[in-house]
Design a protein. Structure first.
Length: 110
C-alpha cells in the first residue's frame, strides 16, 4: 500500500544541484517541513520531514538507494512508497515532485 500523497499547486523550490547526492534539503511549507531527497542516481523524492515512528527528522538521515534511514531509531523508509521497511510498520506522507530542466518542483497544497 502506497503512502498518502499530498497534491496541490506546482512550486519551484530550487535546482537539483542544490541538493547533495545521497542527501536532503528542507523546505518549509504550510503543512510542515518537507524533506527533499536526491538519490545517487539523481532521482528526487519529497516527504514530510517526520518519521512515522517518533517524528524524527528524516532530512538528517542517511540516504541509500531509494530509501532513507531515520537518524533517531534507524527505521528505513522507502522514498518511492513512503512505507517503513519490515518489521517496522508506518508510512510517511509523500509530496509529488518533478524535475524540469534541472529545476525541482513540488506539488504543494494551496
Amino acid at each position: 500500500m502506497d503512502g498518502m500523497v499530498v497534491t496541490g499547486r506546482w512550486t519551484e523550490i530550487g535546482q537539483v544541484a542544490d541538493i547533495p547526492r545521497q542527501g536532503a534539503r528542507v523546505v518549509a511549507s504550510r503543512i510542515g517541513d518537507i524533506a527533499v531527497f536526491r538519490a545517487l542516481d539523481d532521482t528526487v523524492f519529497a516527504t514530510l520531514d517526520r518519521c512515522p515512528h517518533k517524528g524524527g527528522p528524516l532530512s538528517q538521515g542517511i540516504v541509500h538507494g531509494h530509501a532513507v534511514t531515520c537518524p533517531l531509531h534507524n527505521w528505513v523508509i522507502d522514498l518511492r512508497s513512503g512505507e517503513a521497511a519490515a518489521p517496522d510498520t508506518g508510512c510517511v506522507r509523500r509530496i509529488p515532485v518533478r524535475v524540469e530542466d534541472g529545476r525541482v518542483l513540488l506539488s504543494l497544497p494551496v
